[in-house]
Design a protein around this ligand. Structure first.
Ligand code: G3P
Ligand code: CA
Length: 498
């Protein structure tokens, strides 16, 4: 969803001469340049560069099928390594056998991947008992030594721990991070299609096409690949595929531009947190609009940053002391300039209506402490407007994020921070975050946390950044998105760099 609003804008341009193209053309014209093919400057012929001591491994492109094996050959596929137990190819299937619960029969293959899907058809032929299992190896060293991370399926799949995410620890014991009940039992003698999608430390367990469990706790190594494991059973496998995925939905893909989040709409050009500032941001090409949500006295979520209406309207008083009718009567534009007079304080419902019909996604900030019921009302508004797929909830308030996760596990969460946590990855795991959103000043103290958060599958969006110098620095630091008061300028700046 956030991969690249500009690439989407680019597609719109291809169809109808969209705004990003106009911005680029205006910039080019202002700079007095025409479009030319880029060539290297004339230079004396140079000796070829010495060969690299090793061939760099190119990152796979999303969609690349990296392993596609139907076991049609006479023996084990090339590059596969049976590191424990009995493995053979029989009748076009790979068969692994483990004598008892104490033998982790395993075969390793593939290469280290951060973002990938592994899928296979598995059949328990015989089992020592219904609790015995097979597993997809998500991060297993080629040698098969511990530690390794797996997604497990028991023959008695409908048990409370029928499916698991687990790690075999360096001490050769189990650390089970997540368990779930499958919708049907694999039993024995039945083909079951199973898949897991991994993004760093995050993963989804998919049983016969249905997602049954998520985790943010896959322990990852620097070089582990994929594997199949069998325990206390004889299991046959067919049609195994490993496919490269794009980085997690809220992370920036390789070469993609920063995601633009319009802070309170295009708040440098129009009154903040109004439908007017949203429209300016939308027309500038920003797909994401950030807001601040707080309840009226009668419990209706409204879009306002401060805890009073004093600064941004012609009224006075705390938002929590004013009714929806009183808020609706305020002018939220005249303070900004006569051209904006008549703009209103939108309710969240009105903003969602506007986004749904006119376009755009919402970075919805739950502003200030909220009760569970107040969060429930926000979630209801989002659901009633059919906007769960276009809303990303963020907050400085940990409780508000926990309530949101309980009430709407389908909504992605971002934690706003004015200073960095000692261990942002641990916090992200605890809260189930899709994004960790620090201030620019906070991130500048330890920009290396971006890499650690990315390895855990967590995006990083930085606020509130309005200058090209900082956009350039954050782009270089690898952050995913920038929350800015100047979305038109950032969108144009990014377009000019493409
Ligand atoms: O989205 C980040 C930013 O909005 C946080 O600060 O005070 O502008 O809501 P604030
Ligand atoms: Ca905000």
């Amino acid at each position: 969803m956030t991969q690249s609003h500009l690439s989407r804008a680019g597609r719109r341009n291809a169809r109808g001469g969209g705004r990003s193209g106009v911005v680029a053309a205006l910039l080019a014209s202002a700079l007095g340049v025409t479009t030319v093919a880029l060539t290297t400057p004339d230079a004396a012929p140079q000796a070829p560069a010495p060969a690299a001591p090793y061939a760099p491994v190119a990152a796979p492109a999303p969609g690349d099928v990296l392993v596609d094996e139907s076991f049609g050959g006479p023996g084990l596929p090339a590059g596969w390594s049976a590191v424990e137990g009995d493995w053979k190819v029989e009748n076009g299937r790979l068969v692994g056998a483990s004598a008892n619960w104490n033998q982790q029969t395993r075969i390793t293959f593939g290469r280290h991947l951060t973002d990938f899907r592994i899928e296979v058809t598995a059949r328990f032929e015989t089992v020592v008992d219904a609790a015995r299992w097979t597993a997809l190896g998500l991060d297993v060293p080629a040698s098969g030594v511990t530690p390794w991370s797996i997604a497990t399926m028991r023959s008695g799949t409908t048990a409370g721990n029928g499916l698991e995410f687990a790690q075999r620890t360096p001490a050769d014991s189990w650390s089970v991070t997540n368990t779930a009940v499958a919708p049907a039992a694999a039993g024995t003698g039945r083909d079951v299609r199973i898949a897991v999608e991994v993004h760093g430390n995050s993963a989804r367990w998919i049983f016969e096409g249905k997602e049954v469990m998520r985790t943010s706790q896959v322990a990852r190594s620097a070089d582990g690949g994929q594997a199949l494991i069998v325990n206390g059973a004889r299991v046959s496998f067919d049609d195994l595929k490993v496919t490269a995925l794009a980085p997690g939905a809220f992370r920036r893909g390789p070469g993609a531009p920063l995601t633009v989040f319009a802070h309170r709409g295009a708040s440098s050009a129009a009154p903040e947190n109004t439908l007017l500032s949203d429209e300016v941001a939308r027309r500038a090409g920003a797909e994401w609009i950030e807001n601040d949500v707080q309840p009226s006295r009668d419990g209706v979520p409204y879009v306002l940053h401060d805890d009073t209406v004093n600064r941004t309207t012609n009224g006075q008083g705390r938002i929590r002391d004013l009714t929806a009718a009183q808020l609706d009567a305020l002018d939220a534009g005249a303070w900004f300039g006569p051209a904006s007079a008549g703009a209103r304080v939108p309710s969240l419902a009105a903003q969602l209506d506007d986004l749904r019909t006119r376009g755009g996604s919402l970075l919805l900030e739950i502003k200030g402490p909220h009760t569970r019921d107040e969060v429930a009302r926000i979630v209801k508004d989002v659901r009633d407007h059919g906007m769960t797929g276009r809303v990303f909830v963020q907050s400085f308030e940990v409780d508000a994020l926990r309530y949101t996760r309980e009430l709407a596990p389908d909504l992605p969460l971002g934690l706003l921070r004015g200073s960095l946590d000692t261990d942002p990855v641990a916090v992200a795991r605890d809260l189930g975050l899709s994004a960790y959103n620090p201030s620019d000043a906070a991130l500048s103290t330890r920009p290396e946390v971006v890499g650690a958060l990315h390895a855990a599958g967590v995006a990083v969006n930085v606020w509130t950044v309005d200058t090209a110098d900082r956009w350039k620095a954050l782009d270089a630091a690898g952050v995913d998105g920038v929350i800015t008061n100047r979305p038109a300028e950032l969108a144009g700046w990014l377009s000019a760099r493409q």
